[in-house]
Ligand binder design. Structure first.
Ligand SMILES: [Cu+2]
Length: 143
């Protein structure tokens, strides 16, 4: 019996430690009725987890937002209609954007562990009004 309990405890621990893979869909209309968006547009994950960005509709791209990532992160990008799996090894807030639809509000963020660079990304001015409004809603979720 003791052995069985230990075995169950061990398997639960292993499960918690295992890195997870999340999915972010790139859509023309999100489930909330928002035009051109990442679904979800904000994710909180742990260091070492991966995110698969999937262009379920055509015409989308995803890339790291220049200056909107923690120090030490290399810029990355997936071209239009390309799926990409990104591993997030550095803690902080990682902003992402879709180039064709940035002006229509297609922006998102992946929070990895502690949002150490929150102060820096709060200073970033997001040009298009619709994008800026969406960005404010994302920022409000980062804690
Ligand atoms: Cu797009």
């Amino acid at each position: 019996m003791k052995f069985l309990i230990a075995l169950v405890a061990l398997s639960i621990m292993t499960f918690n430690i295992e890195a997870k893979e999340y999915q972010v869909l790139m859509k023309n209309v999100t489930s909330d009725g928002i035009k051109m968006g990442f679904e979800p547009d904000f994710l909180k994950i742990n260091k070492g987890d991966t995110v698969k960005f999937i262009p379920v509709d055509k015409g989308h791209s995803v890339e790291s937002y220049k200056g909107g990532v923690p120090k030490g992160v290399k810029d990355w990008k997936a071209g239009v209609n390309k799926e990409i799996i990104v591993k997030f090894d550095i803690e902080g807030v990682h902003m992402v954007k879709c180039v064709p639809h940035f002006g229509m509000g297609m922006i998102g963020a992946i929070q990895v562990g502690t949002p150490s660079n929150l102060g820096e990304i709060k200073k970033i001015k997001i040009g298009p009004k619709v994008t800026g409004l969406r960005w404010e809603k994302i920022l409000a979720q980062i804690k």
